[in-house]
Design a protein around this ligand. Structure first.
Ligand code: SAM
Length: 296
């Protein structure tokens, strides 16, 4: 009989945020696979849990998963935990869960905290539908493209962002998506918990004024109001005509593709390709007329 792989959520900060079932499972399993054993030891010590620990972090995920699956197949039960929140949600876990499923091992969730759900629940933004987009890219160019791709997203958007990049992130967000309503959920469940709600520009200004030269600290989950309604599109103007117009106004193909993708919620790559095709047709020599003539 194989053992069970338990995927156990642990606190985001406040050690009381752990379920009774999670504590029992962590006590009863043969092994705990933890993202950072030193970090998790504090939690386990707090609850008097002495189960053996093994490390399971990003860099060794793929290599270590088969060994843990072998243990599971030999009847050991394993609890997977990350530093905070739910394993696998932008944390190690996916490869082990996948490998266990492929090996026919039972996988059980022990649900609990996740920054995504915690932040959404207090955001005041619509909670009925949301899109979780993981970490915002660190570089400005990629970050802007990331937001461009989300420009028409009507659901509440949730992302993880590093505190030190929040100011740059809000600036790019405002430029690409407009001055949307956003919510900055910082240090949830911890001593300096705060939730800032307002327009991206207002929040950026408030933080700049408060911090001066200092850097913002802590863990941040950022929520962005979804797009209200599709931007108006001139009905008679096809994509090809709009592209031609922007090119005639002096935009490069790249800029025009980006602008149209944002405006119409279509793929930038498709518009770019359309532009390339149209431009190559324009450059092509005129088609040879048939000898018999078109009207024959
Ligand atoms: N698996 C985790 C979960 O379920 O929440 C997320 C792990 S991800 C590596 C860590 C990111 O989650 C942080 O960089 C931050 O964006 C967000 N986060 C974690 N703890 C948070 C907290 N207490 N308050 C706000 N955001 C938090």
């Amino acid at each position: 009989m194989s053992g069970i792989l338990y995927v156990v959520a642990t606190p985001l900060g406040n050690l009381e945020d752990i379920t009774l079932r999670a504590l029992r499972v962590l006590k009863e399993v043969d092994l705990i696979a933890a993202e950072d054993t030193r970090h998790s030891r504090k939690l386990l010590l707090h609850y008097g849990i002495q189960t053996p620990l093994t490390s399971y972090y990003d860099q060794i995920e793929r290599e270590k998963a088969p060994r843990l699956v072998e243990d599971l197949k030999h009847g050991k039960s394993i609890a997977l935990i990350s530093d905070a929140g739910t394993p696998g949600i932008n944390d190690p876990g996916y490869h082990l869960v996948r490998a266990a499923i492929d090996a026919g091992v039972r996988v059980e969730p022990i649900p609990g905290p996740s920054a995504v759900a915690a932040a959404l629940s207090v955001s005041g933004l619509p909670t009925d539908r949301f899109a979780f987009e993981g970490f915002v890219p660190a570089k400005s160019g990629q970050r802007r493209r990331f937001f461009e791709d989300l420009a028409q997203e009507p659901r509440t958007i949730i992302v993880y962002e590093a505190a030190r990049r929040l100011d740059d992130c809000l600036r790019d967000l405002q430029e690409v998506l407009g001055d949307r309503d956003v919510v900055v959920a910082r240090e949830l469940t911890k001593m300096f918990e705060e939730v800032l709600r307002g327009r991206a520009g207002e929040i950026a200004a408030e933080l700049r004024q408060r911090l001066g030269e200092r850097e913002l600290q802590g863990e941040i989950t950022l929520l962005i109001a979804g797009a209200k309604e599709p931007r108006p599109v001139a009905p008679a103007e096809t994509l090809a005509v709009a592209l031609e117009r922007l090119r005639a106004e002096g935009m490069s193909l790249k800029e025009a593709a980006r602008a149209l993708a944002r405006e119409r919620g279509v793929s930038r790559r498709d518009v770019y390709q359309l532009g390339l095709e149209n431009e190559s047709h324009e450059d092509a020599p005129p088609a040879v007329e048939s000898k018999s003539g078109a009207d024959d």
